[in-house]
Design a protein around this ligand. Structure first.
Ligand SMILES: Cc1cc2nc3c(=O)[nH]c(=O)nc-3n(C[C@H](O)[C@H](O)[C@H](O)COP(=O)(O)OP(=O)(O)OC[C@H]3O[C@@H](n4cnc5c(N)ncnc54)[C@H](O)[C@@H]3O)c2cc1C
Length: 293
């Protein structure tokens, strides 16, 4: 099929890539096809990852099948395709994949897809507590692997009596409140480097969140930053019944003991594949602060 078609390759079939692919598939002229590529077999609804990693019984809902994604209303077969593979490299008019798809003209040994246009929608690397897309956690990117990973997270939360959540952004606040609500007996601490939670929002938001967390018995520590060297140092203390707590330190010297430490300190753009294609488009220090409002 492929030599007969011109190709728009869309990398990443999450919120951004899947929307772009749908719009393109509806608007491209005859003779063009969209090839949408993702490491995952299902669209992952990542907004719900933190909650599903704490609360058992809902994890299957995080995985939305791509079946019928390009279904055509006409009798003709759709020229578009969605491929389950890792993109491993990109050059100006070709990319390579982790698997071959001979039926779409992507053959061994090169596993190369030629394209006329490319949409780069590979998003961000996920923060450690919800890092489902790390090949070590879900090497094949399947729903079954994802469900097992969520269940392992749920077991860890069920067994830990003390949890330190580092970072008072949306992810950290959600983790602290969900864990405290699901497990009222656990000691939950939220550590945030600034004096205000969600600093880009109104003061009233901060006040409301602190009052909600306090009602859930979450210990909120503001204006103190985790000393990351104390995390890598790996110090632990023994607690009853053969258990063990990690000992970490803040920059002000405060020691915090917790069986689990969740680093909710932000996401990094997934731009590695662009660095070889077009290094000039990467801004290593991120966007200027004034763009962020
Ligand atoms: C916990 C949490 C809650 C959130 N809640 C909200 C919310 O309520 N409302 C809101 O508007 N936003 C929310 N966000 C932000 C939102 O999730 C992001 O803005 C959104 O995910 C960005 O979508 P994207 O398509 O650009 O990239 P991503 O969602 O990051 O998707 C990237 C895709 O690329 C794929 N991929 C990556 N590398 C490769 C590769 N080499 N080969 C093949 N495939 C690859 C991944 O599998 C993934 O499907 C939340 C984020 C988090 C972490």
């Amino acid at each position: 099929m492929s030599p007969l078609f011109k190709t728009v390759a869309v990398l990443g079939a999450s919120y951004g890539g899947s929307s772009a692919a749908r719009v393109l598939a509806q608007g491209l002229p005859k003779g063009w096809r969209v090839v949408l590529i993702d490491r995952n077999t299902h669209m992952n609804h990542l907004y719900a990852f933190p909650r599903y990693s704490v609360l058992p019984g809902h994890e299957h809902k995080a995985f939305i099948p791509y079946s019928g994604f390009f279904s055509s209303e006409t009798q003709e077969p759709s020229p578009h395709a969605i491929l389950h593979a890792h993109v491993t490299s990109i050059s100006p008019h070709a990319l390579t994949l982790s698997r071959a798809f001979p039926e779409h003209g992507i053959k061994e040994p090169g596993r190369t897809l030629d394209f006329q246009y490319l949409v780069y929608a590979l998003g961000s690397h996920l923060p450690a507590p919800i890092d489902l897309w790390n090949p070590a956690n879900t090497p094949a990117g399947t729903k079954a692997e994802g469900i097992q990973w969520f269940k392992r997270c749920q077991t860890r939360f069920a067994h830990a009596n003390s949890i330190l959540v580092v970072g008072g952004g949306a992810l950290g606040i959600q983790y602290a409140s969900d864990i405290a609500e699901a497990y009222p007996g656990k000691r939950v601490t939220l550590l945030h480097s600034r004096t205000k939670l969600l600093p880009r929002f109104d003061d009233a938001m901060h006040t409301e969140i602190v009052s909600g967390l306090t009602a859930l018995n979450v210990d909120v520590i503001l204006g103190d930053r985790l000393d990351l060297s104390s995390v890598s140092a790996g110090k632990t203390v023994r607690i009853g019944a053969g258990g063990e707590e990690r000992v970490v330190r803040t920059e002000s010297g405060r020691e915090i003991h917790a069986e689990l430490v969740l680093l909710c300190t932000g996401q990094k753009p997934n731009t590695e594949l662009l660095t070889t294609l077009s290094p000039d488009v990467i801004v290593p220090e991120g966007p200027p602060r004034e763009w962020l409002g």
